[in-house]
Design a protein around this ligand. Sequence first.
Ligand code: SF4
Length: 479
Amino acid sequence: MTDKDKYQPTPKARAFLDSVENGKYKREIITGLTKFAEGKVPEDMQTLYTPGQLKALTDLRGTERDVEARMPVKITRHYFELAKNSEPLQTLVKARPMETDDLAGAPDPGKQMDYSPVEGLIHKYELGLIYVALTCSAHCRFCYREELIAKKDVVRPDGTVAPKGLAQIGDIVAYVEQHNQAVAKNGGRHPRSGREKLREILMSGGDPMVLANKNIAAWWSALADAGIDSIRIGTKELAFYPDRFDDTFFDMLDKFHAAYPGTRLRFMVHFNHPDEFLSKDEQGRYIDDPQGGLVWVAATKRAMQRLGAREWLTIDNQAPIIKGINDDADALRTMQRELRRNRVENHYFFCGRDIVGHKAFNVPIERAWQILNESQKGLSGVEAHARLSITHYKGKTEVAAVTNESLAGLPGTENGFVVLKLLRSSADAPERGKVTIVGRNPDAIWFSGYDDRVIYDEAGLYAGVDQAQSTQPAIARAM
Ligand code: SF4
């Protein structure tokens, strides 16, 4: 049975879908290094790589260090125009041989596949994540969805090996309805998983905004009819191709809101660096706007103003802190301030993951915390809402504090300590707020960097770790 056989839109959804128009877009995308190597890109875009850089990259083809086997190269004309005047943006989008110098890391450090009851769905919290697109308008070199985008095989919990597939509307609607019925019958918690009602779905991928309006509308109406309260759209399209937010899109958005006023839309946008949305003068400096703030890139400003004018939707930014791109407190300060001025909440910054082929991009956890903390020193309270998050198997965890001082009398804290706070647990909401304290390790890029220095573990982040490995005194570990 195909997905279409299983899912039929309701009459209300059908009426909405019949009114949606698809737009026409000129992203002018260049995909693959071959086009650069063979000179088949517009002359100005050819300057993105020198001949020497292209040779070094193409020499790696077919070897273990093939950079495009890890992540295909892809860039839009819009992003090229921004990147040609920005080193950080070039680092974000340009392939480099060093990306594959060190391929160590886990294929799935957050063990996401353990939480995938249906193809294309990760259901870890009261929020479900669905993969609805296999690509984005351009590709970030640091992407940790590279297994999806590069269509790599992943090992499932049952031992089978296959590339990750996309979510299908019929499967997801059936799962949401069954899950929520079981929760309702069982007094608010699922009888097997213990999870609460599935209220919120994050559409991700890849980028949902590469889909046509009619496809996005089909997902939104199906999810709303299945009882989902909030739909999140994870997108970097405002950086890669802001003209995607055109009249046809806003027409669809408004019609959806008219048909489903109770379903909230939350745009989870992804800006890494202010160069992705701010204009620069000839000296490369941001330009003061006489009306306040800084001058934005016109297309991005237009899209943001139109999104922001709809008070019934929310816009939040979240981004990883990546080496050579935004491990820069001044850039992050400017970004947080300008986004907040323009109706965008600063939601999360993320630590990198200990994922295969990610070493070239990782900023150590403690350094990332210091950079974010430094960036927020110049911000007002409402501008500085973002927290630094790292995703543990057990749940989303905040890096809440990193100290330089020891705690008098407490062994293991001689070089300072790190406080980790559980924000969301996959199984149990009451776990929220519990903390773990570890002795500092400035080189740590993942939880495992602290395996041998756990001081206090109320949150249970190290419950499965062999404590015999620990160099800390048992009394300190047990505190
Ligand atoms: S926008 Fe997100 S999913 Fe797309 S390539 Fe960048 S990090 Fe990956």
